[in-house]
Design a protein around this ligand. Structure first.
Ligand SMILES: Nc1ncnc2c1ncn2[C@@H]1O[C@H](COP(=O)(O)OP(=O)(O)OP(=O)(O)O)[C@@H](O)[C@H]1O
Ligand SMILES: Nc1ccn([C@@H]2O[C@H](COP(=O)(O)O)[C@@H](O)[C@H]2O)c(=O)n1
Length: 419
């Protein structure tokens, strides 16, 4: 967003700010105005005497914005005093797609000059907008000051606005920028992201070369294609292996083996780039499926449902209820991606899943708090899985023994795919 826009209330007034003070509650929504409203003070139960700031990335380039935003959190966590709380913040036009500008809101109880020093350095060197928030006057109302950046860091206050309460929008702000930021609905859209990364992530070139050589798949396959989905440790590997043997099928995975050398690298990237990598992985796997399904049934360990469900669940902040409603376009299948014959999602209680993870020797050291946060995340992944369409997934109870799960799944395959 251009600086001009930020400094003119006429245009800026259509934007709402959302700060996530508590993951389990709605964000606090506020807007900017030329005078204070009669309504109760915006930050009434969440701020006391703290000094507050907000930061927004100032760039029209999507990749630059994503890279800088991801790195900014680490930089702030490392450099700010520990008494400074970093909260996620979005600035957006209510219910307008692609209107979100992500930022951070800082609640600074440190009473030290360290915060101003860090922010001054950011203002001097980096593409950020910095605002400070003050609670003033007898009626203790909040104002926002937008700072200019000069070579010395903090320049002057460009604009001063009154902070006024705003209505809760119909759609949670984190749902507005999912398309083409977190989930890609065509090969071309995902490909473009990696193309734009070639200079900053040299590994992108190798991935694009592989993708350029991918096999093209027909819309219809000769043999059935069965995808097995589910959270980690629900038994996908165990089931896909036994199914492959029982059906004389071919086993494939998404992302495919040929992307393994670069997966860890792309896992460190911000969602925009990481998700584009996984999206391209599905097109590579689709090419392999098309080839193999000429001769045998094909079993696939994770595919589009995993890519979309994890991306949506990660992008959507807070409660389960913040997910886009069932039937939303974000749950649609990409028009150019091979559709499987059947998608089965293995479902397990979180206790049994944790037990299996522990038997496997992972996740033993999770803190209570992290577990709770992960619980919410897992609920969102499962719900997103169930809302994805074209084909929708069929839920399978994965709690019985491996052989019972296999028999149950074989019955379903015979019924739905006539195998
Ligand atoms: N039906 C089952 N009953 C009990 N234990 C099972 C069952 N299926 C798999 N397991 C065990 O649970 C653990 C996780 O299984 P598996 O590796 O197949 O899951 P996964 O979904 O492929 O996991 P990930 O996605 O993390 O790779 C393994 O130790 C496996 O032996
Ligand atoms: N088709 C896929 C497959 C995986 N992902 C992402 O990978 C993570 C889970 O993979 P595991 O190998 O650890 O089971 C998860 O974070 C997914 O986001 C994907 O996006 N698409």
């Amino acid at each position: 967003m251009a600086r001009r826009m930020m400094s003119r209330l006429g245009q800026w007034s259509s934007y709402v700010f959302a700060v996530d003070f508590d993951m389990n509650s709605d964000p606090i929504y506020f807007a900017l105005a030329s005078k204070h409203s009669e309504r109760p003070q915006v930050f009434r139960n969440v701020l006391a005497d703290e000094i507050c700031y907000s930061l927004h990335v100032q760039s029209d380039d999507k990749i630059e914005r994503a890279k800088f935003y991801g790195g900014l959190k680490n930089k702030l966590s490392k450099e700010l005093p520990p008494e400074c709380t970093i909260l996620e913040m979005s600035t957006f036009q209510p219910n307008v797609k692609d209107s979100v500008i992500k930022g951070y809101f800082l609640k600074d109880a440190s009473k030290s000059s360290a915060t101003e020093r860090v922010l001054g350095e950011l203002l001097r060197n980096d593409p950020v907008y910095v605002c400070s928030y003050l609670c003033e006057g007898e009626d203790r109302q909040w104002s926002q000051h937008l700072w200019s950046n000069t070579e010395d860091g903090w320049g002057e206050v460009l604009e001063k606005y009154c902070v006024v309460p705003a209505e809760k929008p119909e759609h949670h702000p984190s749902t507005l920028n999912i398309i083409n930021y977190d989930v890609f609905y065509s090969f071309e859209d995902a490909y473009k992201v990696l193309q734009q990364c070639v200079d900053i992530i040299p590994e992108s070139k190798a991935v694009l070369e592989l993708v350029d050589q991918r096999l093209k798949s027909k819309e219809k396959t000769d043999f059935p294609v069965i995808v097995i989905e589910g959270l980690d440790a629900t038994g996908k590997t165990t089931l896909t292996e036994s199914l492959t043997e029982a059906l004389g099928a071919t086993l494939l995975k998404s992302p495919p083996q040929c992307l393994s050398p670069w997966r860890a690298r792309f896992d460190t990237e911000p969602p925009l780039i990481r998700r584009a990598f996984y999206a391209l992985g599905n097109y590579l796997t689709a090419g392999q499926i098309g080839q193999e399904a000429r001769q045998t049934p094909v079993i696939v360990d994770r595919y589009w449902h995993s890519t979309a469900a994890y991306a949506i669940a990660t992008a959507v902040g807070g409660k389960l209820g913040n997910l886009p409603q069932a039937g939303s376009e974000v749950y649609g299948w990409p028009g150019d991606l091979l559709r499987p014959s059947l998608v089965l999602m293995l479902s397990l209680s979180s206790q049994e899943r944790m037990r299996r993870l522990q038997v496997r020797g992972q996740d033993k050291t999770m803190e209570e708090e992290e577990l709770e946060a992960n619980h919410l995340f897992r609920q969102k992944v499962e719900e997103a899985y169930q809302r994805i369409e074209g084909p929708a997934c069929v839920t399978v109870d994965a709690s019985p023994s491996p052989d019972q799960v296999l028999q149950q799944v074989l019955l379903l395959i015979r019924e739905k795919c006539h195998l």
